[in-house]
Design a protein around this ligand. Structure first.
Ligand code: ATP
Ligand code: MG
Length: 177
């Protein structure tokens, strides 16, 4: 697996033309700031780089991620620290995604251009790909989780977050057999 060591953002949502870098410690990290200051946008930037769908990034299309305050093109990069079998630091991978006109995303790994498939394969290998499962609990679903008035709803959130939802169909088929 791998952990996110740092995040660099330029012209993404509320972030401006100058690159802003955030370093993350091992384990628990906390982002604090006033309402509307860009906390959720930091999480959106991470999810964007990890190939979330636009709907999970609170936008209708990729182009809406581009900051409206600068002409500089939007770019998000992550420094990934891969971990060896006993949790030791093994390697550093730098991946970046840049938004080009017409919603085109340009990906790079360690400075070399890569296809979406190559990026997804790399992220999958390090268990960081977010395109299908929802391992991220967004602000909008926090209250839903906390209320947990419906056991069915709670169980569906957990099975989606853990990726177990994928097996439901197979379980159903097996039960019938
Ligand atoms: P809260 O504490 O309310 O959850 P937050 O710190 O999570 O706030 P965000 O949702 O990250 O705040 O940031 C919201 C801000 O981002 C808004 O001011 C919004 O105008 C700005 N924003 C979103 N998209 C863009 C964009 N494409 N260009 C410029 N600003 C944007
Ligand atoms: Mg927020």
């Amino acid at each position: 697996s791998a952990r996110i060591k740092s995040l660099s953002i330029r012209a993404f949502k509320s972030f401006g033309a100058d690159v802003q870098r955030f370093n993350f410690d091992k384990g628990f990290n906390l982002v604090v700031g006033a309402n509307g200051s860009g906390k959720s946008n930091i999480l959106d930037a991470i999810c964007f780089a990890l190939c979330s769908k636009p709907s999970a990034l609170r936008v209708g299309s990729i182009s809406e991620l581009q900051s409206t305050d600068t002409k500089e093109s939007c770019e998000v990069s992550l420094e990934l620290e891969t971990l060896g079998p006993s949790g030791e630091e093994a390697d550093l991978i730098n991946m970046s995604v840049r938004i080009l006109p017409n919603d085109v995303r340009q990906y790079k790994i360690n400075g070399k251009l890569k296809s979406v498939k190559e990026i997804k394969d790399m992220l999958k290998e390090h268990r960081l790909l977010l395109d299908e499962t929802s391992a991220v609990v967004h602000q909008s679903s926090v209250t839903e989780l906390a209320d947990r008035n419906s056991p069915f709803k709670l169980s569906s959130i957990i099975s989606s977050a853990s990726g177990a939802g994928r097996w439901n169909e197979e379980v159903e088929t097996a039960t019938k057999e």
